[in-house]
Structure formats: C-alpha cells, structure tokens
Design a protein around this ligand. Structure first.
Ligand SMILES: Cc1cc2nc3c(=O)[nH]c(=O)nc-3n(C[C@H](O)[C@H](O)[C@H](O)COP(=O)(O)O)c2cc1C
Ligand code: SF4
Ligand code: SF4
Length: 284
C-alpha cells in the first residue's frame, strides 16, 4: 500500500550552494506534484541545534530530507549537530543526500542515514550528487565543474518518484533501506574514514591570514560565514569553530582574509585519482 506523503521538510547546509541547488530541486519537484514541501537552511546553526518549535514542526512532517556537503569524507558539522538533536519518531520517512566534489564521498551518506535510523526514521531513499569542489574555487578547472547539472536533476526527479510510489509502512519493510547499504563500496575508504575527518585534516588546511587594516566593516563576512564564527567588533577575527569553507576568503570584497589554495588543488586532484568512485552520482 502506498504511503501518503503530504508534508515534506528539506533541511540542508550549503556554504557554496551545491547542496542548496539539489535541495531546491527536491522542493520544486514535490511542489509540482501538489505536495507541501519546504526547505530549511542550517546556516547559522550552533551546537545547540534546532529549537523546540522546529522540533515540533519536523514531527508534523511525513517525510524529512536532509542534505549535507561532504567534508573530509563525513557530513558537515552543522548537519551532524542537527541530526543528533532530532526528535525520536516512529516509522517516519527520511531521505539523506550528500553533494561531494568528485574525490570521494567517504562515509558521509551512510553516517547520515545511520543517524536518521537511530532516531526512528525509515530510510525511503538516498542520493549522492557530484558538485563543483568547493575547495577549488580559485582554480580554472575545479573537479566536478558545472555540476550538479541536468543529469543530477534527473536523478532527483527519479528519486522523488521512487519515494512517492514506495511502501514503507513497517520498520524493516522491504522497500526501506538500511544505512549499511549506503556504506562506501571501497573497503580502504571504509577503513580510513575512521581516521580521516575534519579534526585530523583541519591542521593541514591552508591557514587564513587576516589583514585588519583593509577592513571597511561592511559586514559581508558576518553573513558569509555559515557557522557565524567571525567577529569584526574591534578588528576582523576568526573565533573557534571554523569549518574551513573559505567563504570569508572568497567573499570579503576587500581581501581581508587570505589563504593560499593552489597546493590544496594539487592534493585534491591526486586524491581523486586514488579514490575515485563510480558512478559519480547515484540514487538508492
Ligand atoms: C572542508 C572541505 C572538505 C571537503 N571534503 C571533500 C571530500 O572529502 N570529498 C569530496 O569529494 N569533496 C569534498 N569537498 C567538496 C564538497 O563536498 C563539495 O564541493 C560540495 O558539493 C560542496 O557543497 P556546498 O556547495 O553545498 O557547500 C570538501 C569541501 C570542503 C570545503
Ligand atoms: S567582509 Fe571584509 S571588509 Fe567587510 S567587514 Fe568582513 S572583513 Fe571587513
Ligand atoms: S571563518 Fe571563514 S573559513 Fe571559517 S567557517 Fe567562517 S567563513 Fe568558513
């Protein structure tokens, strides 16, 4: 019997817009089918996660989609905080999805699915989508350039059709997916993903230097930082909790924040050759 989906929440985090693009495709496709679908952007979320009001809102949803960029083979920390604060539900449907930059999606999708399952959600589907590599913003030919594209959009449509036509009435129902199914296919990646993460790689990321004398206090960086760890009170400063998205470097109009990204690009291309995954975009 088909599960009636009337209300859908699509929660996402997206410092550089790839994940937002996919989230908005999902929203539009559901809306075209007459389903009430809304997006919620996790920009600015802190460790305390979501408010009680938002928890109530999520509990009223028939389907929850959660999207994250892949950061060092894992989901980005605001999505992790969000997922850990979810209310416990009984047999509601959820769909995890990630966008990644063509190196490897690591353990991200499986860990997001696992977290949703732990909170009582049935995994009705999942998606992994190629996007422009957000650490290669300065280079000419970033990995995943021009993605997500029409191919990824077609996959989002297919996934929505699959979810709507599926039957997910009972825990363990044939059509629901267990998080283990979403494990990375490569044994080496599965093994290394226990040690590869932002904590271990953070110290190797390009350092951001600050030129306070150039600051005009325009406040662009305050909005651009997706985890709100920039202060310009006295002089521009980065507080603890930076996730290395480099939005401040990209978007400060005066070049107050600087980082040398060229070396990262070379390293990323090397890692992509060693860890490439096929197919690059996929739905379950
Ligand atoms: C700090 C950081 C770590 C990343 N780690 C990975 C990775 O492990 N594998 C990968 O393929 N792409 C990685 N990427 C690229 C992003 O996953 C990819 O560009 C994603 O689509 C960005 O999503 P957004 O545009 O919604 O921010 C990383 C990007 C950043 C900024
Ligand atoms: S964006 Fe740059 S110039 Fe504007 S307030 Fe921030 S540091 Fe200063
Ligand atoms: S301080 Fe800069 S690099 Fe760090 S999270 Fe904020 S915008 Fe991203």
């Amino acid at each position: 019997m088909s599960n009636k989906i009337q209300k859908v929440a699509i929660v996402f985090f997206s410092p550089q817009e790839n994940t937002r693009m996919v989230a908005e495709w999902f929203r539009d496709i559901f809306q075209e089918k007459g389903i009430d679908a809304r997006t919620r952007d996790l920009t600015g979320l802190n460790r305390n996660g979501i408010s009680e009001a938002e928890i109530g809102f999520l509990e009223r949803m028939d389907l929850l989609l959660v999207g994250s960029p892949v950061y060092s083979w894992h989901i980005a920390s605001p999505v992790e905080w969000f997922a850990s604060r979810l209310p416990r539900v009984h047999n509601k449907l959820a769909v995890p999805f990630v966008t990644y930059g063509g190196v490897n999606s690591g353990a991200a999708l499986a860990e997001l699915a696992r977290s949703l399952q732990k909170h009582g959600y049935l995994i009705a589907g999942a998606g992994k989508f190629l996007g422009k590599h957000s650490l290669m913003f300065g280079g000419k030919k970033p990995l995943g350039r021009n993605h997500p594209d029409a191919g990824e959009k077609a996959l989002t449509k297919k996934l929505v059709d699959k979810i709507i036509s599926g039957s997910f009435e009972e825990e363990g129902a044939a059509d629901s997916i267990s998080w283990q199914t979403l494990n990375n296919k490569r044994a080496l990646v599965r093994m290394l993903s226990r040690t590869v993460n932002m904590k271990s790689l953070g110290p190797m990321m390009p350092k951001i230097s600050i030129n306070p004398e150039k600051c005009t206090k325009c406040q662009v960086c305050l909005e651009a930082c997706p985890v709100r760890v920039i202060s310009i009170n006295t002089a521009p400063r980065i507080l603890t909790g930076c996730i290395y998205c480099y939005n401040c470097v990209r978007l400060c109009p005066e070049g107050v924040f600087e980082a040398s990204m060229a070396g990262v690009g070379i390293g990323i291309r090397g890692m992509a050759v060693m860890n490439r995954e096929r197919p690059q975009s996929q739905i379950w």
